[in-house]
Design a protein around this ligand. Structure first.
Ligand code: ADP
Ligand code: MG
Length: 456
């Protein structure tokens, strides 16, 4: 939602920027065209002014030539006249071109041409009279006011034309000045708009970034909360698992004691009774044989009871200590499974629950070796250090992929839980074909508890 709003704002600043660029281009182009036109007009007006000035000059030259010739009758004095006449035609033609499409100038030019024609006709006539030897008539023409008046008109009309050219010139110059002003204002405005667009862009970019940051922070908070919840749940599940393991051990201990005390007493009493009966029935071999059989059955029952009790709660642990219990465990496993078990066991100084943890770990590891490893050899190593002990159970069996342990199995998981609940670490190394190695490190004391002085 917020993002979309910001995106539309960004789009707007982009549109504004494009608009500013478009305006700048238009202003520039218009200014350029107007200035070009004004420059062309300036050039035209200057040429026209020049042509008019030259025309005047030519008329003066022609008049001078005419007078010289009339005074001297020498052909050389006619030359400036003849040259000027040719020039006058050229300049008139040029002026016609330059005044195309300009009625005022065309009108002025027409007037000027009229007066010029008359003046030229007057001069032509006087020269012709001189050529024909009629000098008096020609002087008469000269003394009339006609030539002078035409000359005055020509000057007036020329001045008008020059004024028109000058007006065009100044208009074109004003046009150029206007274009320059327009460009100046336009560029300033566009620069201002560009700066504004840039500022908006920056501000919106900033807003987008801070919105992103807020979103990230919210996500992070949510993640933290979830992690916290997961941690709490995991901790409570771990506590539950520890509790269940404790309950299980307690119940197994209780069951072992009951079996030992009650069933043991019963079986022992029965065995005593059978022994007594046997001594009384010495003369009845048949009965003695049956009693013998019964004694064997009772012995098997007692052995079974002992095995079950040992399995439930290794009495050897409290009676003989961890090292002896592990030796018994290893030996019995070896006898049962045919796997050779090497044992290197150092005496350790641990409380009963840690000893039980190690015992259960070795027990489960050996069971797994018997069930899965197809090993010919196994080793159990227990080492004692200042503050911790390490246990290692390894085999040379087929191994397994530790990444893919079925979720329905709990032996290894329970082992890890036990070790970690006691503040230790369990490392499982195995890969198919290379055997399996389980290493546990257990602190010698419960975390936070001070070492009891002289404890053994
Ligand atoms: N020493 C071993 N050699 C080969 N495979 C083993 C060994 N220990 C455990 N495994 C494999 O790991 C799996 C998980 O073992 P465990 O957690 O003890 O569960 P369970 O014994 O109930 O199957 C076993 O199913 C077996 O495939
Ligand atoms: Mg198992």
């Amino acid at each position: 939602m917020l993002r979309r709003w910001l995106a539309s704002k960004l789009a707007w600043s982009l549109v504004l920027g494009l608009l500013a660029a478009g305006t700048l281009l238009t202003i520039n182009e218009t200014g350029y065209r107007q200035s070009s036109r004004a420059l062309a007009e300036i050039s035209r007006a200057q040429q026209a002014r020049f042509a008019v000035t030259m025309l005047q000059q030519n008329v003066l030259d022609a008049e001078t030539g005419q007078r010289g010739y009339m005074l001297t009758s020498e052909a050389i004095y006619r030359e400036p006249y003849d040259n000027a006449i040719k020039q006058i035609d050229l300049h008139l033609a040029r002026l016609r071109e330059l005044s195309a499409g300009r009625p005022l100038e065309q009108q002025g030019l027409a007037n000027l041409s009229n007066h010029l024609s008359r003046k030229l006709a007057e001069m032509d006539m006087s020269l012709r009279l001189v050529s024909s030897g009629n000098e008096d008539a020609s002087r008469f023409v000269l003394t009339t006011d006609v030539g002078r008046e035409e000359m005055v008109r020509i000057r007036e009309e020329s001045a008008k034309l020059v004024k028109l050219s000058n007006d065009s010139l100044s208009q074109a110059q004003q046009q150029i000045a206007r274009s320059m002003l327009l460009s100046r204002v336009g560029i300033a405005l566009v620069v201002a708009a560009g700066l504004l667009a840039f500022f908006l862009y920056l501000r919106q970019g900033e807003a987008l970034r801070s919105a992103n940051e807020r979103q990230q922070q919210a996500l992070q908070r949510e993640r933290n909360l979830l992690e916290q919840e997961v941690r709490e749940r995991t901790a409570s599940l771990a506590e539950l698992a520890t509790h269940l393991q404790d309950v299980r051990e307690t119940e197994r201990g209780f069951l072992a004691r009951e079996l030992h005390d009650e069933l043991g007493a019963l079986l022992t009493a029965a065995k005593l009774d059978v022994a007594r009966l046997k001594s009384r029935l010495a003369d009845a071999p048949d009965a003695v044989q049956r009693l013998q059989h019964l004694t064997e059955l009772l012995n098997s029952g007692i052995a079974l009871k002992r095995r079950i009790i040992e399995d439930l709660r290794p009495s050897s642990l409290s009676n003989l200590g961890l090292v002896a219990s592990l030796e018994i465990l290893g030996r019995e496993f070896s006898d049962r499974s045919g796997v050779r078990v090497d044992m290197v066991l150092e005496n350790v100084n641990l409380d009963e629950s840690r000893q039980l943890s190690i015992y259960r770990m070795v027990q489960e590891s050996l069971t797994n070796i018997g069930k899965y490893a197809q090993a010919s050899e196994a080793a159990v190593v227990l080492k004692n250090y200042d503050n911790h002990v390490t246990v290692e159970v390894s085999d040379n069996g087929k191994g397994f992929d530790t990444q893919f342990v079925r979720p329905s199995t709990h032996g290894l998981a329970g082992m890890r839980h036990r070790v970690e609940a006691a503040g230790g670490k369990l490392l499982i190394q195995s890969s198919e074909g290379t055997g399996t190695r389980l290493q546990a490190m257990l602190p010698a004391h419960a975390p936070g508890s001070a070492r009891a002085p002289g404890a053994s």
